[in-house]
Ligand binder design. Structure first.
Ligand code: PLP
Length: 462
C-alpha cells in the first residue's frame, strides 16, 4: 500500500506565558457602540472590541526577554545606559552611525521633514503614508507618488508592488529640477499599497538614479524586516542570506532612515531617526530637545529604550518573522475560500479587503470601506480600519476629497497576540458579512477634523 503523504505544518516559535481576557458582546450592544463611535472604528472603546485588528502599532506582545529588560531601565535624565545599548544595536543592525530616539515614528518624520524640506520642494515616494505625507506638507513640500502602476491594482500579483517606477521618478526630476527635491522617500513594505515590498534590485536602481542627480535617499524602515523577509523568499540571490544581512544591505543604500518602533521592534511605544549624515544628525539632535526631550531619551523612558534594543535582536530572527507573515497568509487563504475580494499578494502585516469589489453598489463618496469596517465590527466585534477615501484626506490646494484607486479595509495583525482560532472566527464573520453585502448602506461624514481626518471623523448612516 502506498504511504499517505502527511502534510507537515509549522507553528509559532513561542508559547504563551501571560494572558489578557477578552469578551464577546451581543450584536445589539455592538450596534449601540458603533453608533456612539460615529461609525468610526478608531472611536470605539477597546473594552467593546473582541478581536482587535485596528493596527499592529504598539499592540504587540513583548517577550519575556523584553519584559526582563524593562526592569533594568536606567531612568537618568541624561546618558541612560539603555540609550547606549539601543544606539549600539541601531549601528549593528541598521548600519547607521548616528541615532536620535523619538517617542514614536511621526516625531522622527517631523524632525526629518523640518530639517530637509524647504517650501516649494517636491518629495517623490513609493505611495504616500498618512503621517509621512502630512509632515512633508506641513514643512511646505509636495508629495509626488512614483510607485509602479501595478501597486494601484488590487488583483495584480506583482511580487514587488512597492517598487518605484524609475521613469516616473526621472520625469519628475527633469520637470522640477534636482535642486527642488531634497530626498526621495522610500517605504518598504508600502503600507497603503497593502503591505507590498520593494525589491533589492529596484532599490539599487533608485539609489543609482539619485546618485546621478545628487539627490538623497531616505527610508521609512518601520517594517523593514518584513520587506527583508519578502526579499529572502521572492528575490533571486537572497534565499540563503539572513534577515539581518538583507536588512543591513537595504539600509546601505540610504542616507538615513526613520522607524516607528511600535511595529517591527515589538514594543508598545518608541521610534527613532538614524543616519550616516553628520550634519543632519547634529540638527536632529538639537531639534529633538525642543520637541521630544533630551537627545539621550527623546520622549521615552529608559526601560522603553531597553525593550526596543532587545526587540531589534528578536525582529531579525527568521522563525519570528516567518510566523508573523505566515499568520497573515493563513488568514488570506481562509478568506479566499469564501471568494472574498482582497489585495494580492497578501501583505506582510495585514490583509486588505477590496471594498470597491465587496460593495460595488456604493459610490466612493459614501465611504464604502468605512461602512464595511463598521459592518464587520457589528457582526462579531472584530475591529479593522478604513484605508481609502477617508484616509486619503483632501487635496491641500483644491480642498476636494482625494479619490484613491484603492478603497480598502485593513485587518492588521498585532505580533504574537492572536491564535489561529481567533483568525478562524474573524474569517467566518467576514464571510457572513459578504453573504449579506447587498444590504450594506453608505455613510455621510458629519464631523471632519482638519488633519488626519480618519482618526477622528464621525459619520451617520445614509
Ligand atoms: C506607523 C507608521 C508611521 C508612524 O509611526 P507612529 O509611531 O505611529 O507615529 C510611519 N510610517 C509607517 C509606514 C507606519 O506604519
Amino acid at each position: 500500500m502506498a504511504k499517505k503523504i502527511i502534510k507537515r505544518s509549522w507553528a509559532e516559535p513561542f508559547k504563551i506565558k501571560v494572558v489578557e481576557p477578552i469578551k464577546m458582546t451581543t450584536r445589539e450592544y455592538r450596534e449601540k457602540c458603533a453608533k456612539e463611535a460615529g461609525y468610526n472604528t478608531f472611536l470605539l472603546k477597546s473594552a467593546d472590541v473582541y478581536i482587535d485588528l485596528l493596527t499592529d502599532s504598539g499592540t504587540n506582545a513583548m517577550s519575556d526577554y523584553q519584559w526582563a529588560g524593562m526592569m533594568i531601565g536606567d531612568e537618568a535624565y541624561a546618558g541612560s545606559r539603555n540609550f547606549y545599548y539601543l544606539w549600539d544595536n541601531v549601528k549593528k543592525y541598521y548600519g547607521m552611525p548616528y541615532f536620535v530616539p523619538t517617542h514614536q515614528g511621526r516625531a522622527a518624520e517631523h524632525l526629518i521633514s523640518k530639517i530637509m524640506i524647504k517650501p516649494g520642494d517636491y518629495i517623490p515616494g513609493n505611495m504616500y503614508f498618512t503621517t509621512t505625507r502630512l509632515h512633508q506638507e506641513l514643512a511646505g513640500g509636495t508629495f509626488v507618488d512614483v510607485i509602479i502602476d501595478e501597486a494601484h491594482i488590487p488583483q495584480n500579483k506583482h511580487p514587488f508592488k512597492g517598487n518605484v517606477d524609475l521613469q516616473k521618478l526621472e520625469d519628475l526630476i527633469k520637470k522640477v529640477g534636482a535642486k527642488k527635491i531634497p530626498y526621495v522617500s522610500i517605504a518598504g513594505p508600502v503600507n497603503m499599497a497593502g503591505g507590498q515590498p520593494i525589491s533589492m534590485q529596484n532599490l539599487k536602481e533608485v539609489s543609482k538614479l539619485c546618485d546621478k542627480y545628487g539627490i538623497k535617499l531616505w527610508f521609512d524602515a518601520t517594517r523593514a524586516t518584513e520587506n527583508a523577509y519578502f526579499i529572502k523568499v521572492r528575490e533571486k540571490g537572497y534565499e540563503n542570506k539572513s534577515i539581518a544581512l538583507i536588512l543591513k544591505e537595504m539600509c546601505s543604500y540610504f542616507d538615513g532612515l526613520w522607524v516607528s518602533a511600535k511595529k517591527d521592534l515589538m514594543v508598545n511605544i518608541g521610534g527613532f531617526l538614524a543616519t550616516r549624515n553628520k550634519k543632519v544628525y547634529e540638527e536632529a539632535r538639537n531639534m529633538v530637545v525642543v520637541y521630544e526631550g533630551l537627545h539621550t531619551y527623546g520622549g521615552l523612558a529608559g526601560r522603553d529604550m531597553e525593550a526596543m534594543a532587545r526587540g531589534i535582536e528578536e525582529m531579525v530572527e527568521f522563525d519570528n518573522i516567518k510566523a508573523r507573515v505566515g499568520q497573515v497568509e493563513y488568514c488570506g487563504k481562509q478568506l479566499e475560500k469564501y471568494g472574498i475580494p482582497m489585495v494580492y499578494p497578501f501583505g506582510g502585516h495585514a490583509i486588505f479587503l477590496d471594498a470597491k469589489k465587496f460593495l460595488p453598489h456604493l459610490r466612493q463618496d459614501v465611504f464604502p470601506a468605512q461602512a464595511l469596517a463598521n459592518e464587520i465590527y457589528v457582526d462579531s466585534g472584530v475591529r479593522g480600519m478604513e484605508r481609502g477615501i477617508v484616509s486619503a484626506g483632501r487635496d491641500p490646494k483644491t480642498g476636494q476629497h482625494r479619490y484613491p484607486k484603492l478603497e480598502l479595509v485593513r485587518l492588521t495583525f498585532p505580533r504574537r497576540v492572536y491564535t489561529q482560532a481567533h483568525i478562524d472566527v474573524m474569517v467566518e464573520s467576514i464571510a457572513t458579512v459578504f453573504q449579506n453585502r447587498k444590504q450594506i448602506k453608505g455613510l455621510k461624514m458629519v464631523y471632519e477634523p482638519k488633519y488626519l481626518r480618519f482618526f477622528q471623523a464621525r459619520f451617520s448612516k445614509l
